[in-house]
Design a protein around this ligand. Sequence first.
Ligand SMILES: Cc1c2[nH]c(c1CCC(=O)O)Cc1[nH]c(c(CCC(=O)O)c1C)Cc1[nH]c(c(CCC(=O)O)c1C)Cc1[nH]c(c(C)c1CCC(=O)O)C2
Length: 343
Amino acid sequence: MAEKTILRALNGEVLPTPPVWMMRQAGRYLPEYRATRAQAGDFLSLCYNPELAAEVTLQPIRRYGFDAAILFADILLLPQALGADLWFVTGEGPRLSTTTTPADFAKLKTKDDIHDTLGPIYETVGILSRELPSETTLIGFAGAPWTVATYMIAGQGTKDQGPAHALKSQDRETFCKIIDLLTESTIEYLSKQVEAGAEVVKLFDSWAGSLKGDDFHDFAVEPTRKIIAELKARFPQLPVIAFPREAGEGYIGFHEKTGADCVALDNSITPEWGAANVQIAGCVQGNLAPGHMVTGGQALVDETRHVVEAFKNGPHIFNLGHGITPDADPENVALMVETIRGG
Ligand SMILES: Cc1c2[nH]c(c1CCC(=O)O)Cc1[nH]c(c(CCC(=O)O)c1C)Cc1[nH]c(c(CCC(=O)O)c1C)Cc1[nH]c(c(C)c1CCC(=O)O)C2
């Protein structure tokens, strides 16, 4: 039997205390992260510097003893490796050269051409698999194809993913080619992370919630299912976490439809609903509202206990419902961890 708590939960075990980690746990709310980022120069230089990327991955593990470390990188490095230009505008977020026409698509590289750019990421994974404490699980990740496509098509983050929805209806062939290229490339990208030492992989589908009806099946479920099927063919023991954020009713049956070992839940659903409708099918991860890391106090303690209690009868990995924000107080994270572990 697997020893590490995260692997045990992913294997379906119900543990007396749920293992815990946080999305964006290495991030701007930590002074030591800000210092290392300044040393690297900027966010992308940090992502591509294996020593420093490993360092920021380890910082929250040292501080809080989380049960998992997530590789420090970004979901937009893959489109960059496929040939899109990528830069970050301070205070605003990512910008990419857009891919919206057959000519744009033709300029992209193939799935076999990504590893030159992404080599440093595999090196970071290698460093971490040597340096992490023996009880800490190393999670690799990628964006799910739909979410990555929304950024490639719009060239930036959008509130309603309008440009991606527009391309889907106006030039479905090009849209589907983008999704397929991302699906195939993600398989290669995650395979290399696993070969370098990632023990679990997670697919972030942050914008899954804007896909409705058949679109949810075609562009959230199907690409995820294909990626998981191929990864499991290559690495039969590999656990996979899927995060179709704000899927709502779409969370129901997501384990079975995609083959995911764990479905991560956002905080737009109650933990009781998640337990009754999703955890019945397997391990779940989540779903404390990230705002509690800003506001703290008794509400943080009460809500943390509420989440633990609601999911206690099935396999559960404690996490936030989305990434921790830069205005969070590191003391509140400590209080959350203490509440989970200390009662
Ligand atoms: C949509 C998305 C992105 N990146 C990611 C997603 C999916 C999850 C989600 O919905 O949050 C995923 C991601 N981004 C980052 C990680 C590293 C691992 C982790 O700590 O969770 C992971 C898993 C680091 C990051 N990615 C980013 C930062 C902040 C960069 C900085 O230091 O300025 C970090 C630590 C930047 C980023 N990267 C992205 C955006 C929209 C932004 C700007 C918004 C922001 O600044 O928070 C794209």
